[in-house]
Design a protein around this ligand. Structure first.
Ligand code: MLT
Length: 241
């Protein structure tokens, strides 16, 4: 398996998509997606545009859908939920489809939707991601950070490093670009203090200003969910089984 890390969707080469794309948006979209599917959501359908989300979700029974999303970290007006993983309890999401729009995570998903396999990862389901990759052995893997509006983000890179670190330790990958080594170095440096790293990250600071300290704490937890979100059709993620 040849593994590359791309810090942002824009840096991910469209003419050479990885066989397996792993989309990462630790703060908070892919943490929320993993948590919702783990709590029994039927699927998570992602949108970059609010109007399109409303249009598509209008065709679903109201009791079977939840509209969720943020802009700039704050809940979209009129939606049922924001983008906090802590809202995705079984009581709220079980058997429902989460229609989700976020600033960066959903754009990253769109960028790689034509890869043969698209999965999502975060710290909470890192081990499930590693296990899936070791089991399925795709020829090429791209760890795609969502970043923030085209820019680099610490939290996505450290998660990419955490995944790459385990795969390298298992002698399972060859290194596809320098970003892999840099991501592993970041993870090695911060693995015992991820919450502090998230506090220093620019989006972490934005979330702290929005009083989302508990979200940061949750997103920094590692390997707590045995769930792997996988793309069933473009924009629709379900639990891999
Ligand atoms: C995003 O997609 O940019 C994030 O998930 C934003 C957030 O923290 O809600």
């Amino acid at each position: 398996m040849k593994l590359s890390v791309y810090h942002t969707p824009e840096l991910t080469p469209l003419d050479n998509l990885p066989e397996c794309a792993v989309v990462i948006d630790v703060l908070r979209a892919t943490t929320t997606i993993a948590t919702a599917l783990n709590a029994g959501a039927e699927a998570v359908q992602t949108f970059s545009e609010i109007d399109k989300l409303i249009d598509v979700s209008d065709r679903w029974l109201p009791e079977k859908r939840l509209r969720a999303g943020e802009r700039g970290g704050s809940q979209v007006e009129g939606f049922d939920l924001g983008n906090s993983p802590l809202d995705c309890t079984p009581e709220t999401v079980a058997d429902k489809r989460l229609f989700l729009t976020t600033t960066n995570g959903t754009r990253a998903l769109q960028r790689v939707e034509n890869s043969t396999t698209v999965i999502t990862s975060a710290m909470v389901n890192r081990q499930a991601t590693v296990r899936y990759l070791l089991d399925t052995k795709p020829e090429t893997i791209g760890l795609v950070g969502s970043g923030w509006q085209g820019g680099y983000s610490l939290e996505d890179t450290v998660c990419a490093g955490a995944i790459a670190h385990s795969l390298l330790a298992a002698n399972a990958i060859t290194v596809g670009n320098d970003e892999v080594i840099a991501a592993i170095a970041l993870y090695t440096q911060w693995q015992d203090n991820l919450l502090e790293l998230f506090r220093q990250a620019s989006h972490g600071q934005r979330l702290l200003r929005l009083n989302c300290e508990e979200d940061l704490k949750y997103c920094a937890e590692t390997d707590i969910l045995d769930v792997l979100p996988i793309q069933k059709e473009p924009s629709v993620l379900v639990k891999f089984s």
